[in-house]
Design a protein around this ligand. Structure first.
Ligand SMILES: *[C@@H]1O[C@H](CO)[C@@H](O)[C@H](O)[C@H]1NC(C)=O
Ligand SMILES: *[C@@H]1O[C@H](CO)[C@@H](O)[C@H](O)[C@H]1NC(C)=O
Ligand SMILES: *[C@@H]1O[C@H](CO)[C@@H](O)[C@H](O)[C@H]1NC(C)=O
Length: 436
């Protein structure tokens, strides 16, 4: 009996090995096409200069196919020195994300192993991040229930590696034209049709200029594009961009699952066109932010805190929602494990010096469909923990306080507010007769 038992055991072990070998082999196949990671082993001193716009004439241009094969969109895969960076993924993050059969987990650990084979996760090889339609065969093999995913999730996963949308409206002189370094950059996620929200923000908390203490505030709105079923807003947006000089628009569909892509292209833009930002506020266009209080807080920070800031309303021990009807639904076979602590995406602050390492990390971490969870992952990979500030309310405040100006004076951010509410709050806060 004994030899028979050990023989059976041997067979079982062998088949397990074969199954494992083939499952990683499939990932290998997909990733072996990658030829150039935008990370260089030797960041040059040139790295800080701004003379290599990523979409400039010098860059190598080629075309990728979107869903519409007849409509080629140019992208560049050469790496301007300004974007070169070297990153290491923290040990705590490597351990935090469980190694299991879920697709994202496997992609991540596959990338980390590849990085481990090179020195310190720095290398020349990797994706050129230009695959805009992943091989369906590959996806069916690696995600066993892919065809039962909701349409949006399927679209997201098929385009996960498509990272070079063209820039349609740019403000290349934003941070350099009138001199002076940017103390705070408001980077506001908006969508093409939100003209009214943007105007309310411009007239109130997003007003650009030099504030008390001589600190300079600049504002950009981050936009994707409308789809073909929507009215054509391109002329209106072009005018708005010229008139206010604060629009950035890229040629990808402005959708919830594309917010991670929006974040990635924003980092790239900031590295290229806006050097020396001290702090970034990243948030939505339907929030009320208390700019004076934010600036006062930032100016009070000790230097070591100021260089590693990630501040907002922190969500700890969150996990993927498995309800297919939820906006935040994540299938089990896509991601399994808890989320690292992250700051709610309605609005949070971080150090400008982190933009470069964050950008480097996004070249290693596969995109995740929920943008603030993805940011949390990136900060965690850099070993920067989110810090709680009680003044951030990304889920609004008590109903009886919502029109109370005095309550808002002590807050840094409230979600969500209509353009009219934003204007009213802002006006009453400026009222010299206000007694709290
Ligand atoms: C990027 O990779 C794809 C295949 O993964 C390849 O077809 C394409 O030529 C590459 N593009 C550049 C510019 O290297
Ligand atoms: C993201 O944008 C691309 C480019 O426009 C589009 O093809 C894709 O469908 C969008 N993805 C999602 C999940 O909306
Ligand atoms: C950025 O700051 C550094 C040091 O503070 C300075 O040397 C450099 O000129 C600044 N760059 C720009 C473009 O302002």
């Amino acid at each position: 009996m004994r030899p028979v038992q050990s023989f059976i055991l041997m067979i079982i072990l062998c088949s397990l090995c074969i199954v494992f070998y083939y499952s990683s082999f499939n990932l290998q196949l997909a990733y072996s096409h990658r030829s150039l990671l935008e990370v260089s082993a030797n960041p040059t001193p040139e790295g800080n200069r701004v003379n290599h716009p990523p979409f400039g004439k010098d860059s190598k241009m080629t075309a990728f196919k979107e869903a519409k094969p007849s409509d080629p969109i140019p992208f560049t895969s050469s790496v301007p020195p300004v974007l070169q960076t070297a990153v290491t993924v923290s040990a705590s993050f490597r351990e935090f994300i469980p190694q299991n059969q879920a697709y994202w987990n496997r992609l991540l650990h596959f990338q980390l192993r590849r990085m481990g084979q090179r020195q310190e996760g720095i290398g020349q090889e990797g994706s050129n991040w230009s695959s805009c339609e992943q091989n369906p065969e590959h996806l069916r093999t690696n995600v066993h229930d892919f065809s039962s995913y909701p349409e949006l999730h399927q679209v997201f996963i098929r385009g996960m590696d498509c990272r070079h949308p063209p820039i349609l409206i740019n403000q290349p002189e934003k941070c350099t034209s009138d001199g002076g370094d940017t103390f705070l950059l408001f980077a506001i996620k908006s969508t093409p049709k939100n003209f009214e929200q943007r105007q309310a923000v411009r007239e109130t908390w997003g007003r650009e200029g030099v504030y008390s203490g001589g600190v300079r505030v600049r504002t950009v709105f981050l936009l994707g594009s409308t789809s073909q079923d929507d009215p054509d807003l391109s002329q209106l947006l072009a005018y708005e961009g010229r008139r206010y000089g604060d629009l950035l628009q890229w040629g990808f569909k402005d959708s919830f699952f594309n917010l991670t892509l929006k974040e990635h292209v924003f980092y790239r833009w900031a590295l290229t066109h806006c050097p020396n930002i001290s702090f970034v506020f990243k948030g939505d266009d339907d929030v009320f932010a208390n700019t004076k209080a934010i600036l006062a807080h930032l100016q009070s920070l000790e230097p070591d805190k100021a260089s590693k800031l990630y501040l907002g309303q922190v969500l700890t021990s969150a996990s993927p929602l498995r309800d297919t009807k939820s906006k935040y639904y994540i299938p089990e076979s896509f991601y399994e494990g808890p989320y690292p602590a992250y700051a709610g995406g309605g609005g949070y602050l971080f150090s400008g010096s982190l933009i470069r390492p964050l950008y480097g990390i996004t070249l290693t971490l596969p995109f995740f469909p929920i943008d603030d969870v993805y940011s949390g992952m990136c900060f965690s990979a850099l070993d920067v923990a989110p810090e709680v500030h009680p003044g951030f309310h990304t889920f609004d405040i008590r109903e009886q306080d919502r029109e109370n100006v005095c309550v808002h004076r002590n807050l840094l951010l409230v979600h969500k507010r209509s353009p009219q509410q934003i204007l009213r709050l802002s006006r009453s806060m400026k009222n010299p007769l206000l007694i709290c």
